[in-house]
Ligand binder design. Sequence first.
Ligand code: NI
Length: 181
Amino acid sequence: MTIRSVLRMGNPGLLQPSRVVTHFNNAELDQLLDDMFDTMRAQNGAGLAAPQIGVLQRVVIFGFDENPRYPDASDIPLTVLINPHIEVLSDSLQEQWEGCLSVPGMRALVPRYQHIRYSGFDQTGVRFEREVSDFHARVVQHECDHLDGILYPQRIRDMQSFGFREELESSGLLCAQPCDD
Ligand code: NI
């Protein structure tokens, strides 16, 4: 079990575009994924992208066994998504609170497409696609942004919604959440 440290906003590694994965089904990729899952679980994250642990490859993971931070979000299966592609299925944007393990302790309202189809490959190189909406769609868009060096603060429309989680909770803007980031 290897919990890797998560790069925080300000680290230039988070702003780099990641490379396409060309080799599947190998020990190196499996080790990367093990480390990513250990790290995500240790932080109770909803997802994690490889560049967040300093690996510039187009690999993201997301989903839940059961997550105290997102009790209503158990409908997102634990997923490995490699070389992802997102197709937007409607122009409809939805604003919801978002956080990121690379921006600890903070939250903002972020607009995301409500309805998307995503495709990509699992760790064995098998292609799959899913049509999803709402929180599932949000998580995928957030994680895939990491692969292009984009962090959620760059997506905020109204910067007045951007703040420390505890302050937003105290002011009643954000409902209390059990974990830190
Ligand atoms: Ni993130």
